[in-house]
Design a protein around this ligand. Structure first.
Ligand code: SF4
Ligand code: SF4
Length: 108
C-alpha cells in the first residue's frame, strides 16, 4: 500500500463513520469515497497550498476535487450538504495529515 494512503487510512479511515474502526472501509460496493478515489489529486492540491490559511486550502480542494467528482460539483453537492462525503467531513484532519507529509515519499 502507498505509504501516504496508509497514513490517511490510519488517521482518517479509523475515525470514519463509514469504516470499521480499524481502517477498513465499509462503504457499499456501488458507492465510492471521493477521498480515496481522488487521493493523488487531493495530495497535489494540499501540497501546493501548504502554508496557506486552512480556508484557502479548503477552497482549493473544492475547486479541484469537486470539479472532477462525478457525485456533485463545486456549486452544489448533496453529499457535501449532508456531510456524507468523507473528504468534506474530515477535511481539516486531511489537510493537517497530508500537509505534514514528506513530499519525497508521499507522492503516488
Ligand atoms: S469512506 Fe473514505 S475515509 Fe471513510 S473509511 Fe472509506 S475510504 Fe476511508
Ligand atoms: S463534496 Fe461532493 S462533489 Fe465534492 S468531493 Fe465530496 S461528493 Fe464529490
Amino acid at each position: 500500500m502507498n505509504p501516504a494512503w496508509e497514513s490517511i487510512r490510519i488517521s482518517v479511515c479509523r475515525r470514519c463513520i463509514d469504516g470499521d474502526n480499524s481502517g477498513v472501509c465499509r462503504l457499499p460496493e456501488e458507492e465510492f469515497c471521493p477521498l480515496e478515489e481522488y487521493f493523488p489529486a487531493v495530495m497535489d492540491v494540499i501540497m501546493a497550498a501548504r502554508g496557506r490559511p486552512v480556508e484557502a486550502q479548503v477552497k482549493a480542494l473544492r475547486s479541484r476535487i469537486c470539479a472532477k467528482c462525478s457525485i456533485g460539483s463545486i456549486e452544489s453537492c448533496r453529499m457535501r450538504d449532508t456531510l456524507e462525503c468523507a473528504l468534506e467531513r474530515y477535511m481539516p484532519l486531511i489537510i493537517e495529515k497530508v500537509g505534514s507529509m514528506n513530499v519525497g515519499w508521499a507522492r503516488m
